[in-house]
Design a protein around this ligand. Structure first.
Ligand SMILES: [Zn+2]
Length: 382
């Protein structure tokens, strides 16, 4: 047994009551960032200490805010310049959107509101809007289980990162998660199977068709079309996120119940596995698989479960017993022509992942008695 301390961060968005004072602060902060960009760009400065030392006097003359704003503006300016250089763009970048980042020294979190330091002994209170999802984090924070990190404030949202130190201990067993178009299948070597049928593909197809219809409208009513596109794209995103939250919640609860560590496929290879030519679904694959894995990983870590990634090469095409190439054998089944091993194709992917991690081959009876199908039903997030 070993103990591993890991810090887990999750950025949680909160709405807030608009506030003229805060708007002014955001506008001033944007000016500060552009001022720092200009200064660093002209003198080819890339180090924080040099920029901070160089701008400070002039910054103090122009803005009389707490000195921390100068740190933050310098940091953001350098990050923007670095990104600009990396993308090989000409000239200098410009901050256009209203946003600022505040480290824990510049604000205080009260659960339902945030107090921002503006100048020494001068504060600004922001009242947060939140739902059930955010409330869980606030409650855990009140109980001392979570700490807040550097917050991001923009025109309509405040993103608060909650962090927690978790103990990742050696799990008793591993469970391998195979994510595919119609279901998520989790297999452990002891053997347990959890299969969650999901509608991610249906959701994507439905909204794809809606979007195509709206695009026809764009010729006559471009403004209406634009508004509708935005509306339906938000709806799709919310629906997708909701499904991913539910699936990841089920998987993590199941793993926790049995003390499983979680194995997932390293996603760099996942696109190769999906048949080419399905233009419509490709976005779903790369993007939603990543989202789902991300949700599973952070929920697992919040619950103290370790997560590891394995190379997915051959997981769905090779025999877990002898390594031979599998051939389709009827609906959803794969069979090894060399040794005769046969199993459900989604289970085979998971079994191969377990084998890669050194687990013994699960019993053949895996299909018959331990199949548990859980449909995407009710359930709250996180
Ligand atoms: Zn075989």
């Amino acid at each position: 047994m070993y103990t591993l301390l890991v810090e887990v961060y999750l950025g949680v968005p909160f709405g807030y009551e608009p506030n003229a004072e805060l708007k002014k602060l955001l506008e001033d902060f944007r000016d500060m960032v552009n001022f720092c960009i200009d200064y660093a760009y002209k003198r080819r400065i890339t180090s924080y200490a040099k920029l901070r030392g160089g701008v400070y006097e002039e910054w103090k003359r122009r803005w009389d805010y707490s000195t921390h704003y100068c740190h933050s503006a310098c940091k953001i300016a350098l990050a923007m310049l670095k990104k600009h250089r990396k993308n090989k763009k000409e000239g200098k970048p410009e901050a256009r959107k209203l946003f600022m980042q505040l480290d824990p020294q510049l604000y205080r979190f009260y659960g339902d509101k945030i107090r921002i330091s503006v100048r020494p002994r001068q504060f600004l209170f922001i009242y947060l809007r939140f739902g059930e999802y955010q409330r869980k984090f606030i409650d855990a924070w009140r109980e001392g289980k979570l700490k807040t990190g550097e917050i991001t404030v923009n025109e309509d949202k405040i993103i608060i990162p909650f962090k927690r130190e978790v103990d990742l201990q050696n799990p008793s067993d591993w469970i391998a998660i195979d994510i595919n178009e119609s279901n998520v299948t989790a297999v452990s070597s002891n053997p347990h199977v959890l299969r969650i049928e999901h509608e991610l593909r249906t959701v994507h197809t439905t909204y794809f068709i809606i979007r195509r219809r709206i695009q026809k409208l764009a010729r006559y009513k471009p403004k209406t079309a634009e508004r509708l596109l935005r509306k339906y794209s938000d709806r799709e995103k919310n629906k997708t996120k909701d499904i991913c939250h539910k699936i990841s919640k089920l998987i993590v609860e199941f793993s926790k119940e049995y003390g499983f560590g979680i194995l997932m496929e390293d996603l760099k290879g996942i696109r190769k596995r999906i048949k080419r030519g399905r233009r419509m679904n490709r976005r779903l694959h790369s993007w939603n698989f990543r989202r789902l894995q991300f949700y599973i990983e952070y929920k697992a870590k919040l619950n103290g479960l370790p997560v590891e990634y394995v190379n997915p090469r051959g997981t769905s095409s090779l025999c877990p017993v002898c390594g031979g190439r599998l051939a389709p054998n009827g609906h959803r089944l794969l069979k090894c022509p060399r040794c005769g091993y046969e199993n459900d194709r989604d289970l085979i992917a998971g079994i191969n992942m377990l084998r890669m991690r050194g687990a013994p081959l699960p019993l053949k009876a895996i299909n018959e008695d331990s199949n548990r199908a859980i449909r995407d039903g009710t359930g709250s997030k996180c």
